[in-house]
Write a protein that binds this ligand. Structure first.
Ligand SMILES: Cc1ncc(COP(=O)(O)O)c(C=O)c1O
Length: 491
């Protein structure tokens, strides 16, 4: 049988592939440069939906042919998060340099369990820098992860094992599951839904999660937390962890992290902070006070693919106590035992800090971006987003038919269309339906993408600004579009 490979086989074939690869790169850069003139989103037309439902290809049609199909049928129909007027959910935009770093990481394709290689040093370096940015002490352990969800769940896993009081890795939870000794975790009612996934996966179950009500600013009610913990102890439960949020998904509120750190110290509880996007406020001198107290956390989970704008996927978990982190995940099968010398010298540190054995080189885009742009540039970018949120708040407040529906402490603005002349005779249901229709027509128009949430029964338009491409004028256009669509729908 002739030797076969997926690489180009001859110098001529390498040259041909190089030509195609350069075309791909040029096309993608042209695409990025032309985003402002394109719709923020457009639906996938029926002929494209049909084209993307094909039989399994037994024989290859060649890279050039497939690339042509990508360009026609895939590239024009994303969910829109690269666009300057996309503020739906909390999704980052990516960056040209991050894109190139992903290409280099993929091309190099190193195995980031660890090993004696430069990419491992890069990940160590990035984790160290991120710990410093978050105000965590030297020696803090960490790991690049695929998402805020995974980063947070890694943190909670260490919390559970450290605080359970028995060897969870060996005994599991079943031996110790008498109802009156239930491990309990606490978060606010505004905590993102990752936390439910977390307690479910950890085997604690959703009932082990106590959701503490929030105050008018959507921050956890600390006194209620204190009382609940004490009552739970008295009733035979075993509180182990409090989860604070830096930047809630609904409104961008940040819990009083200093008060939570104090309470956790008093009560001997693990203090985890979900800082999916809000933790990034720590990199700015102006915004850092918002997340004060986060630096006292036992663990922090946060994303670089949201408010540091890096391409998906890129997140990080930090754990203050490196030994507890490692004790939670380390494994030592003989086929990956470390040696004094050679490729596996230094062992597989990252495989011992999370769920994955085989891991990609996510750290590269963080390393290149931090070095190329500098922390100060990122700080200015997030400050710009916060100023844009304030600008939007002012525009909404200045318009008789719009109203702000929650405080704007950071980069999320919740508002709704509420026509002044009909204010007295519109029911909440009518207003909710009106705003939902505005949201959908806005998205379908391609003028901008925002998402929604429900605050105290009110359906609101939610503008989450984690976009390095938005300009102030983009928010003027949003307000114009909402008012125009609102006026048309309301008649
Ligand atoms: C506050 C908060 N926590 C956690 C997450 C989950 O992060 P990821 O989508 O990276 O898993 C999000 C996502 O929007 C979030 O806003």
């Amino acid at each position: 049988m002739n030797h076969i490979t997926l690489d180009p086989a001859t110098p001529e074939e390498w040259r041909e592939f190089s030509t195609l690869a350069h075309t791909m790169l040029d096309d993608m850069l042209t695409h990025l440069a032309s985003l402002p003139g394109k719709p923020a989103w457009q639906p996938v037309p029926p002929h494209v939906q049909t084209a993307l439902k094909e039989p399994l290809p037994q024989e290859g049609e060649g890279a050039e042919a497939v690339y042509k199909q990508f360009k026609e049928n895939v590239l024009p129909y994303p969910n829109g998060n690269l666009h300057p007027r996309f503020w739906g959910w909390v999704q980052g935009t990516g960056t040209p340099l991050g894109m190139m770093a992903d290409m280099l990481a993929s091309g190099m394709n190193p195995h980031l369990a660890g090993f004696n290689q430069a990419p491992t040093l890069v990940e160590h370096q990035v984790v160290e820098w991120l710990a410093e940015l978050m105000g965590m002490p030297a020696g803090t352990s960490g790991l690049m992860a695929s998402s805020g969800t995974v980063a947070n769940i890694i943190g909670l896993t260490v919390a559970r094992n450290a605080k359970a009081g028995w060897n969870v890795r060996e005994e599991g939870l079943q031996t110790f599951s008498e109802a009156h000794k239930s491990l309990t975790m606490y978060c606010s009612a505004e905590t993102h839904s990752w936390v439910q996934r977390g307690v479910e996966i950890l085997g604690l179950g959703n009932k082990a999660l106590c959701r503490i009500p929030v105050d008018a600013a959507y921050r956890m009610n600390i006194e209620e937390l204190r009382t609940t913990i004490r009552e739970d102890r008295a009733n035979g439960f075993q509180p182990i962890c409090v989860i604070g949020t830096a930047g809630t998904v609904n409104t961008g509120a940040t819990d009083d992290l200093t008060a939570l750190a104090d309470l956790c110290t008093e009560e001997g509880l693990w203090f985890h902070v979900d800082g999916a996007f809000g933790a990034i406020a720590a990199i700015s001198d102006v915004l850092r006070p918002i997340v004060k107290g986060m630096e006292r956390a036992d663990s922090i989970g946060f994303d670089l693919h949201k408010w540091l704008y890096l391409p998906f996927e890129c997140a990080c978990v930090l754990v203050r106590d490196a030994e507890l982190h490692e004790k939670t995940f380390n494994m030592a099968p003989s086929y990956i035992a470390p040696m004094e010398r050679g490729v596996i010298a230094g062992g597989l540190p990252f495989a011992g800090r999370g769920f994955d054995l085989t891991r990609g080189f996510k750290a590269l885009k963080a390393w290149m971006s931090l070095k190329a742009h500098g922390v100060n540039t990122f700080a200015r970018l997030i400050e710009q987003n916060v100023e844009q949120a304030k600008h939007l708040e002012r525009l909404v407040n200045a318009h008789a038919d719009l109203e702000i529906c929650a405080p704007v402490p950071m980069n999320i603005v919740c508002f709704r269309y509420h026509p002044a002349k009909s204010a007295s005779h519109q029911t909440i249901e009518q207003l909710n339906a009106l705003n939902q229709e505005i949201l959908l027509r806005l998205q379908e128009s391609g003028r901008a993408v925002v998402s929604s949430t429900v605050l105290q029964g009110q359906y609101v338009l939610r503008v989450a600004i984690v976009n390095q491409r938005s300009t102030m004028a983009d928010f003027d256009e949003l307000v114009r579009a909402v008012v125009e669509i609102g006026t048309a729908v309301a008649v």
